[in-house]
Design a protein around this ligand. Structure first.
Ligand code: FAD
Length: 158
């Protein structure tokens, strides 16, 4: 059997941005950091996220049927750490509501989705979201590579 560490470090070679997935159930907003995000289709406009079976977010998206993908800026490392449970103290976070869905303020993009379909895949569930609304802002992205946060060095853009 293949070693878990080999698989994890191999997947960590794929440099990504960082998002926070947000949703609301019974008037309570919930956020979770995720980098398993991709664009799927232009017509209709679909995106995909992957949520672990142990994440509280899983049931919440099943219940609400909606979620937002908030693409974080380089200034939002702490936001990512907060919603990944890497900062322990409780923090009050203010969300901005778009079409009734909580979104993260100051993100490069808020992509508001309605669940189109879901598919269990091993220990994760893939949610395909149909995009309902988008809010965009200028800025540079927070990045994630080999398990570490980073930012783009502008002069190294090729
Ligand atoms: P919880 O553990 O309940 O919440 C996560 C944290 O967010 C907690 O500390 C909580 O206090 C805080 N929080 C939530 N809502 C609020 C609120 N309204 N106000 C204030 N604080 C709040 N996991 C995946 O399943 N898929 C991925 O693609 C993925 N990618 C990741 C990428 C990165 C870079 C990192 C660091 C982690 C990633 N994870 C991913 C792991 C995931 O973020 C954590 O396992 C997370 O803790 C699971 O969230 P949960 O839904 O169980 O929520």
């Amino acid at each position: 059997m293949m070693d878990d560490r080999l698989f994890r470090s191999t997947m960590g070679k794929f440099a990504t941005g960082v998002t926070v997935i947000t949703t609301e159930v019974d008037g309570k907003a919930h956020g979770m950091t995720a980098n398993a995000f991709m664009s799927v289709s232009l017509n209709p406009k679909l995106v995909l996220i992957s949520i672990g079976e142990k994440a509280r977010m899983l049931d919440r998206i099943h219940q609400s049927g909606t979620f937002a993908v908030n693409i974080l800026s380089a200034e939002q490392k702490e936001v990512s750490m907060l919603f990944a449970g890497q900062i322990k103290e409780e923090k009050k976070v203010e969300f901005e509501y778009i079409q009734g869905v909580p979104t993260v303020k100051g993100a490069l993009a808020n992509v508001v989705c309605k669940v189109h379909s879901s598919q269990v895949a091993g220990d994760h569930t893939l949610f395909i979201g149909e995009v309902q609304d988008i809010v965009l802002q200028d800025g540079t992205p927070l990045t994630f590579f080999e398990g570490k946060y980073g930012r783009l060095a502008e002069e190294q853009l090729i």
